[in-house]
Design a binder for this molecule. Structure first.
Ligand code: ADP
Ligand code: MG
Length: 694
């Protein structure tokens, strides 16, 4: 199939297929469920299930699965076939409404943070009709949420859906105040740009660190890195281009709007950006994209690395979360409008975001806090760990005028009287072209840039949706009581600017001076995951999530435990992998090479020839291997002592202070040894081979 329009979405049970295959009345009811969230009755579900099954079988599917996103960060599926025995010893292909709506994966081994004890270990999956079913690997995949029998969320999707509802509710209150009677609901739009590395599978297979941890734990810098900027947007290599072509096609078949593919800054680094779509669908699509990247890379003899920092010394990979809200009528609420009312409305939504980001800096930081991302944030390749907002000079001037009751371009005291053209349309060029801001306004959306490449985008969108919902709730409460709408709107915006302008920073976020300035402004600087996570359970955060019914305190506590233990597990595996690599491969290699050098020294000595290089190198390597041996024993000891700590927050801090730092020291020694050891003896492919080997 070569025609992209034919291919697009041909593996998706989308509205077009539904309309073709469902009785009119069933379609109408399902459509209402999809667009307005009404519940679907059992008999309607049965008709939908049957049509879905027939469609899937025609497309070659034999199985179905409830596809969900447990707290592991990857997706889970358990396949059941459609077959069902008949009394005469044959089979029929069956799929009931009940099987569509609810599933019971035996899911006792998924992380639950202590929510479920094993006697009630079974969770259930519930159909999310707003995200279309699709066929992957001859299996009909039904996007679902995953909950315990008590109804507690055990996945990343449930809170996302709840946060979307919370934001919808509060945004609608505010929109009604502005007299938007024709709007039924808002839409939350997300487009996530995904960075990744591609390397040769053959070389990958030779590196235990890549296999077990997704990143290189050792590796002397390559002679060439990204200093020439010659890879960025450079010509794509044939093998990579084949991969991208197949990836695009497979994504298109699943209805994923893969749009741009290009090389990124680091050698072997690339990026894929889809066209934005509704938040929960964007989250599903990003998970599928990551999964397909890995699978398709393998088919081409490649490995796709999604880790935030696969290689030291060159850029790591991030993910930009572009976020906006619009009405169901298509008005983007983060774009200035044509009328004074629309402009005031824009400013109110803008104010809601400013207030939200300032008040919940900690939650935004936490939503991107995990071991892999600690290598990026603040490392001059990604925004610092300090959360701030970029608005651009033009918008900045508008806000300053508002704050001080001054005039701006015909903009008068009362913003509801602002002339039609008073608010400029912000083109992306007039907004952000510097990439150092964590939370940048880019014309008609916000771009949150702290995410790491491997993470699900759910967590940060749960936070963004909920904190903006909270700002809007407060605004709506004030407006409910107000007698003079125009004046109140003006006051709300002005108050927000006065109180929260410290979060706005339009300069270079990589600059050391900004870190000092941010401290003066009282902004948080939570440098590492163990620094950030404990704030999750702060009273104000528990209040936020529980009041908006996004997470209960019990669910939060469970998540908190999972985040902490994820961190400790990652550092533990990295530490153990280092120990094994050093003991089994690196020290023996250095020793063997030293032996060869020593032998040569003796031979040369016998015939009276100087052996300066051999003797000095052998000496240096012996010294280094001794230091490495001491350091690796220290690391082993530190790993061993970790077993004595039972408190999970304490353990995470312990790993950071004792294992991470020792690992870095060990690496330094090993990398030094690599640079003077013969390539023939070094047990692993070098950075040069990994990064430039394709
Ligand atoms: P860049 O950030 O590299 O300049 P683009 O401007 O092309 O890239 O946009 C990046 C992402 O932002 C894409 O996924 C795009 O679909 C998404 N995007 C564009 N407009 C919106 C919007 N209004 N709401 C949410 N996402 C959007
Ligand atoms: Mg971007």
């Amino acid at each position: 199939m070569n025609n992209v329009t034919d291919m697009f979405g041909n593996m998706v049970f989308n509205l077009k297929v539904m309309q073709e295959r469902l009785p009119k009345e069933t379609f109408r009811k399902l459509y209402k469920t999809i667009t307005e969230g009404t519940t679907l009755s059992g008999d309607v579900a049965a008709v939908v299930a049957n049509a879905m099954k027939d469609w899937a079988i025609e497309k070659g599917a034999t199985h179905f699965t409830h596809w969900f996103q447990p707290m592991t960060g990857i997706t889970a599926e358990k396949h059941d076939s459609f077959i069902s025995p008949t009394s005469d010893g044959n089979i029929i292909m069956e799929f009931s409404g009940k099987e569509l709506i609810q599933g019971e994966p035996d899911a006792s081994s998924f992380p639950n943070g202590g929510i479920r004890s094993t006697f009630e270990a079974r969770g259930y999956t519930a159909w999310d009709p707003t995200s279309f079913a699709f066929i992957k690997d001859r299996t009909l995949c039904i996007p679902t949420a995953f909950c315990s029998y008590g109804g507690q969320a055990l996945d990343k999707k449930t809170p996302l859906l709840r946060s979307m509802e919370a934001l919808n509710k509060q945004a609608m209150r505010v929109l009604k105040k502005f007299g938007n009677r024709e709007v039924n609901c808002i839409k939350i739009n997300v487009g996530s740009e995904q960075e990744y590395f591609l390397i040769s599978k053959e070389m990958y297979d030779k590196r235990k660190d890549l296999i077990f941890t997704g990143r290189t734990l050792f590796g002397a810098k390559s002679l060439k890195g990204q200093e020439f900027d010659d890879h960025y947007f450079g010509a794509i290599k044939p093998r990579v281009s084949e991969f991208m072509k197949e990836l695009d096609e497979e994504l298109w078949k699943l209805g994923i709007l893969a749009k741009t593919e290009h090389n990124e800054a680091a050698p072997a680094q690339h990026e894929l950006a889809p066209v934005y779509t509704t938040a929960n669908i964007a989250a599903d699509h990003n998970q599928l994209t990551m999964e397909l990247m890995k699978r398709i890379a393998n088919k081409h003899g490649l490995v796709c690395l999604l880790h935030e920092k696969p290689f030291a010394g060159v850029n790591g990979s991030g993910k930009h979360n572009n976020w906006s809200i619009s009405t169901d009528k298509g008005t983007n609420l983060l774009a200035p409008g044509e009328t004074p009312y629309e402009n005031a409305q824009f400013l109110i939504f803008l104010a809601a975001v400013i207030k939200a980001v300032d008040e919940y800096q900690d939650l935004l930081r936490i939503s991107v806090a995990y071991a892999g991302n600690d290598h990026r944030l603040g490392a001059n390749e990604a925004p610092p760990a300090i959360v701030s907002m970029f608005l651009g000079d033009e918008l900045q001037r508008v806000l300053e005028a508002l704050e001080n009751d001054e005039e701006y371009d015909g903009f008068t005291r009362n913003i509801m009287e602002v002339g039609v053209n008073a608010l400029p349309k912000f083109t992306q060029d007039s907004t952000d072209r510097n990439r150092t801001s964590p939370f940048a306004f880019t014309g008609n959306k916000f771009e949150f840039r702290m995410l790491g490449s491997s993470a699900s985008i759910s967590e940060c969108n749960v936070v963004i949706n909920t904190i903006v919902a909270e700002s809007l709730r407060q605004f709506a409460d004030i407006l409910d009581k107000s007698e003079n709408f125009d004046e109140t709107i003006h006051k709300i915006i002005q108050d927000v600017i006065k109180k929260h302008k410290r979060i706005i920073f339009n300069g270079n976020g990589y600059d050391e001076a900004w870190h000092r300035e941010a401290e003066k402004r009282g902004l948080l600087n939570l440098k590492t995951t163990p620094d950030a996570l404990p704030h999750y359970m702060d009273e104000k955060n528990v209040k936020l999530f529980t009041e908006h019914k996004v997470l209960s305190e019990e669910e939060m506590r469970a998540r908190y435990e999972i985040y902490l233990s994820d961190y400790s597990k990652v550092i533990n595996v990295e530490g153990r992998t280092m120990v094994e690599m050093v003991n089994k491969d690196i020290l023996p290699a250095i020793s063997a090479y030293t032996k060869e050098l020593a032998k040569t020294v003796t031979l040369k000595w016998e015939i009276g020839v100087p052996a300066v290089y051999e003797a000095e190198t052998a000496k240096k390597l012996s010294q280094l291997s001794g230091d490495i041996f001491t350091k690796v024993k220290e690391l082993e000891g530190a790993l061993c002592k970790a077993k004595e700590i039972s408190d999970s927050a304490e353990l995470a801090v312990y790993y950071k202070d004792n294992v991470v730092s020792r690992g870095e020291e060990l690496r330094e020694l090993v990398d030094k040894a690599e640079t003077i050891t013969s390539g023939k003896y070094w047990p692993y492919p070098s950075y040069g081979e990994l990064l430039f080997g394709l």
